[in-house]
Design a binder for this molecule. Structure first.
Ligand code: TYM
Length: 345
């Protein structure tokens, strides 16, 4: 008998490290989602074992009306794929298709204390924005997120800066489980290739780009060219510096930051130099930024429709993703139940 050794893993070959992340289906994806998360998903898919999901259960904490849910779930999947994510290389799935997430969430809820959950910044923000819907799911949002991550025993979680606190909490809950019941989980870390986590600012100089707030100050991956130009040209500027090498006000810093994401190094250098010698013309800078944004967004936008129109293809992708994610979840949950002591025969 001949054996094809090509298919056998060498005993010294390192097992791939595990990566997990998610995006809520609460609207169109934007530049913040791309640079904070999806860009890294695409880079990581080659070398890591990746689990990326649409966080549909999380969206129920703030969006109880589910009329748009199906369309939004399809859009998040299609936009991820249009950005270069390959469903054959990663597990791309919906959170609600992996039922053991809910079971792990329940166990972790016994390890999460009301006081620490109430201190979460996103919880406090959401209570302020929507005081009539302060539900228990909102309070335990970071617990569900921990369940998503550690269900696959992931070590790395590519996310933007706004998720940093949730990741700290995920580490706390994973460690607490390990101390109470025995080592099952690695400590998950927020990941951006050894760099600071990213916050893509909004165009109005206030806060970050967001799926549902400040839509005219957010650049969506679905925006038409003219809309991109219009939004960029409206970005807040002033009459320019009067002293050489002045510090930049926040709203100007933001424009430079956006330019750094999509423009070439030459272009950046030119406008930095113009700023430092007080000859900068913000109108020209915004025109350049608008054109570079159009070049960046248009190919992604143009890919999305074909993917969205292929409902059968999307169904297949979701099924294939769920199968991979469920396989990993079963393995972890067997260890979890045993560690807790939920095994009586
Ligand atoms: P969500 O849907 O708000 O955002 C998805 C991803 O996009 C990043 N992001 C940004 N990054 C930089 N600048 C911005 N302006 C910006 N806006 C959004 C977010 O950091 C995130 O990486 N709780 C998560 C979803 C989630 C999850 C998980 C993430 C559920 N389970 C498990 C990681 C692991 C959320 O609401 O992301």
């Amino acid at each position: 008998m001949t054996i094809d050794f090509h298919y056998l893993r060498h005993p010294m070959e390192k097992k791939k490290e595990i990566v997990m992340s998610g995006i809520r289906p609460t609207g169109f994806l934007h530049l913040g989602n791309y640079f904070g998360a999806i860009r890294n998903y695409v880079k990581m898919q080659e070398e890591f074992e990746c689990y990326f999901m649409v966080a549909d259960l999380h969206s129920l904490t703030t969006h109880p009306d589910t009329k748009e849910l199906k369309a939004n779930v399809h859009r998040v999947l299609a936009e991820n794929i249009a950005c270069g994510l390959d469903p054959d290389k990663v597990a791309l799935y919906c959170q609600s298709h992996v039922h053991e997430t809910a079971e792990l969430y329940l166990y972790l809820n016994m390890l999460a204390y009301k006081g620490e959950l109430e201190k979460t910044t996103t919880f406090k923000d959401k209570v302020r924005l929507n005081p009539q819907n302060v539900n228990a799911g909102l309070l335990t949002y970071p617990v569900l997120m921990t369940a998503d991550i550690i269900l696959h025993r992931a070590s790395y979680v590519p996310v933007g800066k706004d998720q940093e606190q949730h990741l700290e909490m995920a580490r706390t809950f994973a460690n607490r489980f390990n101390h109470r019941y025995g080592e099952v989980f690695p400590e998950p870390q927020a990941f951006n290739f050894n760099q600071e986590l990213i916050k893509v600012p909004s165009l109005d100089g206030a806060g970050k780009m967001s799926k549902s707030e400040n839509q005219m100050a957010t650049l969506y991956l679905a925006d038409e060219d003219e809309m991109i130009r219009k939004k960029v040209m409206k970005a807040k500027t002033d009459s320019g510096p009067t002293e050489p090498d002045s510090p930049k006000p926040d709203y100007i810093e933001n424009i430079f930051l956006l330019m750094k994401l999509v423009s070439s190094a030459d272009v950046m250098q030119k406008f930095e130099a113009d700023y430092n010698n007080c000859s900068i013309r913000y109108g020209d800078m915004k025109k350049q930024l608008a054109e570079d944004m159009v070049q960046f967004i248009a190919p992604i936008r143009n890919n999305v429709d074909a993917i969205l129109n292929d409902e059968k293809g999307l169904k297949q992708i979701m099924e294939q993703g769920a199968e991979k994610a469920n396989k990993s979840a079963h393995t972890t949950m067997k260890l979890v139940r045993e560690a807790i002591g939920l095994k009586y025969y």
